[in-house]
Design a protein around this ligand. Structure first.
Ligand SMILES: Nc1ncnc2c1ncn2[C@@H]1O[C@H](COP(=O)(O)OP(=O)(O)OP(=O)(O)O)[C@@H](O)[C@H]1O
Ligand SMILES: [Mg+2]
Length: 429
C-alpha cells in the first residue's frame, strides 16, 4: 500500500475554551505510522497559557516561544508520533469502540483515524480534528450505565451494537487500557470513568479495584474519588476523571495530561526496561519545582504499595502527569489491582532497585536516594504504607467486599517477612 500524508488540526483547551494549537502531519502506510511532524500555530505560542505539546529540542517542556516558532518538530525514529498526541487517542479499549462503530477489524485503522475518532471524552486537554478550522464534536453528556454495560459486553464479544445501545460510541471511544469502560457525567455534569467487569473473569475486579484504591488512600497516597454501582448482578467501578475540573458554575476545564511513557520519551515496547527511578529522575527534570519532592516521595510510596499488593501491571501508561504552569506534576493514582499469586519471588513491571524488578522492600531500599529520600524518610514511607496494607482484610470487610472475593485475592497481599529481610529491617531505627 502507498504511504499517505495526512494533516490534522491540534487543539488545546485553554481556560475552558478550545484554541487551535498547531498542525500535525502524519505519514502512514495503512495502519502503520511511518513518521510525523508538528508545528505550533503563531497565535498559539503568543498565549501565556499555551500548553506544551512537544518538548523543545533541548528536551524542555516549558513553552518557549523562541524554540516553538517557525519550527517543524520531527517525531523520533522509535515512537514515530509525539507522545502527547499519541496520548490523545486510546491505546486499546477505545479503539475497539471506534472499530465497532466503523465496522472495522481490530487494530486495522490508521493512527490518524483513532486520533480523530477518540471523541469528546478523550483523555487530557488536547483535541485532534480533520483540520484547524474544524469545530469540536457535540456531546450528548449523561449516559445510562445499564445500556453502556450491555453495549461494552457486546463489543468485547465482537458483536454488533444495536441502535438503542449506541451511546457507547460516544462514551466509550475516548479512553485506553484493556478493560471495558466508558465516561459518564453525574448530575452536576462532572465526568467520571466507569470501569465494567470484563467477560469470563473469576474475580470481581471492579469491587477489588475500588477497595484497593480506597486502601491506598488510607495509606496516604493521592487517590481520586471512587465508588461502586451495582446493575443487576454486575458491579461497576466509578472513578472521578482527574483530567477534568469544574469552576463554580460547573464550566469544564480540561487538564493537560500525558502518560509516563511520554514523559520518559519512550515507545510502549521500551516500558519493561524502565524503572521507578527513571520516573523519579523525570520528575526532577520536568516536574513543577515546588512539587518535585512531594511527587518523588509519592512515587516511592506507590512503588512500595505495588510491591505489597502484587500490582505487577504497573507499566508506564499506568502512571500519568498533569500540566501546571510550572511543569508536570504526578496525577492521582489509578489502575491498581492486586494479583493473586503463589510464587514467593515476584516481580513488578518496572524496575525497583539494584535487584531489577524484584518486588521486595530490600530492593526498594537500594533506590530511595533517586527519589530524593534518605533512609529514615524511606522507612517512614514503608512503615506508613505497610501499617495500612497489613490490615487490608479489616479494611476490605469494612468496604463490604464479599468474603469469597477476599479469599480469592488474599495471596496477592504480602507479609513484611516475605518481602523484607531481618537485616534490612535492622536499618530501621
Ligand atoms: N480517574 C481517571 N481520570 C482520568 N484519566 C484516567 C483515570 N483513570 C484512568 N485514566 C486514563 O485511562 C486509561 C485507562 O484506564 P485504566 O488504566 O484504569 O484502564 P485498564 O483497562 O484497567 O488499563 P490496563 O490495560 O493497564 O489494565 C489510563 O491509562 C489513563 O490514561
Ligand atoms: Mg491501565
Amino acid at each position: 500500500m502507498a504511504s499517505r500524508k495526512r494533516e490534522l488540526g491540534v487543539f488545546a483547551h485553554l481556560n475552558g475554551e478550545w484554541a487551535p494549537a498547531g498542525l500535525v502531519t502524519m505519514l502512514e502506510d495503512g495502519s502503520k505510522i511511518q513518521g510525523s511532524q508538528f508545528a505550533y500555530g503563531r497565535r498559539y505560542i503568543g498565549r501565556p497559557d499555551a500548553l506544551p505539546i512537544v518538548p523543545t529540542e533541548i528536551g524542555e517542556w516549558k513553552p518557549n516561544p523562541d524554540m516553538m516558532r517557525d519550527k517543524e518538530f520531527i517525531a523520533d525514529e522509535v515512537t514515530k508520533l509525539f507522545g502527547s498526541i499519541r496520548d490523545a487517542a486510546p491505546d486499546a479499549w477505545g479503539r475497539r469502540v471506534i472499530e465497532s462503530r466503523l465496522n472495522q477489524p481490530a487494530n486495522s485503522l490508521p493512527e490518524s483515524t483513532y486520533l480523530m475518532e477518540a471523541g469528546h471524552n478523550r483523555a487530557g486537554a488536547l483535541d485532534i480534528r480533520p483540520d484547524i478550522q474544524s469545530p469540536p464534536l457535540k456531546t450528548a453528556g449523561v449516559h445510562r450505565l445499564e445500556y453502556l454495560l450491555e453495549a461494552a459486553a457486546r463489543i468485547e464479544e465482537g458483536l454488533p451494537v444495536p441502535t438503542g445501545l449506541q451511546d457507547i460510541f460516544e462514551a466509550g471511544s475516548g479512553m485506553g487500557g484493556m478493560r471495558p469502560k466508558a465516561s459518564v457525567t453525574d448530575a452536576a455534569g462532572h465526568l467520571w470513568l466507569a470501569k465494567f467487569p470484563s467477560l469470563n473473569e473469576r474475580l470481581n475486579i471492579p469491587i477489588l479495584e475500588t477497595a484497593t484504591l480506597r486502601l491506598a488512600k488510607e495509606a496516604g497516597l493521592a487517590v481520586p474519588d471512587v465508588r461502586t454501582e451495582c446493575i443487576q448482578d454486575k458491579t461497576i467501578m466509578m472513578i472521578r476523571r482527574f483530567d477534568r475540573e469544574y469552576s463554580a458554575n460547573d464550566k469544564e476545564h480540561r487538564r493537560h495530561m500525558i502518560s509516563a511513557l511520554t514523559l520518559l520519551g519512550c515507545h510502549e515496547s521500551e516500558s519493561p526496561d524502565k524503572t521507578y527511578g527513571d520516573i523519579a529522575d523525570a520528575i526532577r527534570r520536568h516536574g513543577a519545582p515546588k512539587q518535585v519532592r512531594a511527587d518523588q516521595a509519592e512515587m516511592y510510596g506507590r512503588m512500595i504499595f505495588n510491591i505489597l499488593v502484587t500490582n505487577d501491571d504497573d507499566h508506564l501508561r499506568n502512571h500519568a502527569f498533569l500540566w501546571r504552569p510550572e511543569g508536570w506534576s504526578l496525577s492521582p493514582l489509578y489502575d491498581v489491582v492486586p494479583r493473586p499469586s503463589i510464587g514467593t519471588e515476584r516481580r513488578l513491571h518496572l524496575g525497583v532497585g539494584n535487584s531489577g524488578r524484584s518486588a521486595t522492600i530490600d530492593n526498594a531500599l537500594t533506590s530511595y536516594a533517586r527519589f530524593g529520600l534518605d533512609l529514615e524518610r524511606a522507612w517512614e514511607i514503608i512503615d506508613r504504607v505497610y501499617g495500612v496494607v497489613r490490615q487490608w482484610r479489616t479494611y476490605f470487610e469494612a468496604y463490604n467486599v464479599p468474603l469469597s472475593e477476599i479469599e480469592k485475592i488474599a495471596s496477592a497481599f504480602r507479609h513484611i517477612d516475605d518481602v523484607c529481610t531481618r537485616e534490612a529491617r535492622r536499618q530501621n531505627r
